[in-house]
Design a protein around this ligand. Structure first.
Ligand code: NAD
Length: 282
């Protein structure tokens, strides 16, 4: 793997949730390339397994585990197994997250005539969908932290990396629950950084800008492969004029995980967004 730079993660156990997914499987490969023993957790065991095998095939140390970030018993069972396989967790990357169509409006702006139209307005959002998204992003960050950060207490050079989003700075249209839940992730990152400051566990986050992935493909691309109008808006609002690629996340991640480089940094969220969060549009 082509790393922007290398940090020494040999003998470090790194637990990554959502590691079968697009962004976090790439982060798993990056930390494995730095020598870490990587536990890839995902609800979808096959997806995590595929990534673990890929890491193994190029000489990395990785193992896949089925875990639900919304179930403490599932996380605790997984923790027990990781202790046996690799030992105590040094670094946790909370990567599992996402949105749900039941918490997404079809329209960007409410209009008076919407009541007569056959689409999903704010008034049609389903409580179940909103709860799902809030739980997945917020509780799905908090519960793995409760389970795996216990290993870090009283040990050196441990840290946590959460995955926030552009939505945490300014909400995006259509996705109120995802926006609110990522704002909660950024807020929780600061809260936890303070809470853990006396016991030496650093807590930071990255906020990826727009990456065209499986999670958001329906919002960005029509079924015939042409860009949706949202795609045009995103690129116009991204001063660097492109979507992010997974390699863009690696440098900030390694930097934040490195106690040598970022040993006095806790509670920050680094936007990796081509300037999106800085641009007013004018
Ligand atoms: P992805 O859908 O490719 O990966 C998410 C993974 O999480 C999937 O493998 C899924 O199986 C797993 N997962 C879902 N529910 C789970 C649960 N209950 N327990 C355990 N695992 C579960 O998404 P991605 O694009 O790689 O996103 C990774 C993270 O980055 C998410 O937190 C997402 O919100 C965030 N993010 C993504 C983007 C983007 O443009 N893709 C931008 C900003 C933030």
């Amino acid at each position: 793997m082509n790393l922007p730079f290398r940090i020494d993660l040999r003998n470090k156990v790194i637990v990554i949730t959502g590691a079968g997914g697009i962004l976090c499987s790439h982060l798993a490969k990056a930390v494995a390339a730095c020598g870490a023993k990587v536990a890839l957790l995902d609800l979808n065991k096959e997806a995590a397994q595929m990534q673990a095998e890929e890491i193994g095939s190029i000489g990395g140390i990785a193992k896949a585990y089925q875990a639900n970030v919304l179930r403490k018993d599932s996380l605790e069972a997984c923790h027990e197994q990781i202790l046996k396989d690799f030992g105590s967790c040094d670094i946790l990357i909370n990567g599992a997250g996402g949105n749900n169509p039941k918490a997404t409006t079809d329209n960007e702006f409410a209009e008076v005539e919407d009541v007569t139209k056959d689409f999903k307005t704010f008034f049609d959002l389903e409580q179940e969908g909103v709860e799902f998204v809030f739980n997945l992003n917020f509780l799905g960050t908090l519960l793995p932290t409760q389970v795996f950060a216990k290993d870090m207490v009283g040990r050196k050079d441990c840290s946590i990396l959460n995955i926030s989003s552009m939505n945490a700075y300014t909400p995006l249209t259509k996705i109120p629950a995802y926006s609110g839940s990522k704002a909660a992730v950024s807020n929780f990152t600061q809260w936890l950084a303070v809470h853990f400051s006396h016991i030496g566990i650093r807590v930071n986050a990255i906020a990826p800008g727009f990456f065209s992935t499986k999670q958001n493909e329906k919002l960005l691309w029509n079924s015939d492969g042409t860009p949706t109008s949202r795609t045009g808006k995103i690129l116009a609002a991204t001063p660097m004029g492109r979507f992010g690629v997974v390699d863009d996340l690696v440098g900030a991640t390694l930097f934040l995980l490195s106690p040598q480089a970022a040993g006095f940094i806790t509670g920050v969220c680094i936007p990796i967004d081509g300037g999106f969060s800085s641009y007013s549009g004018v």
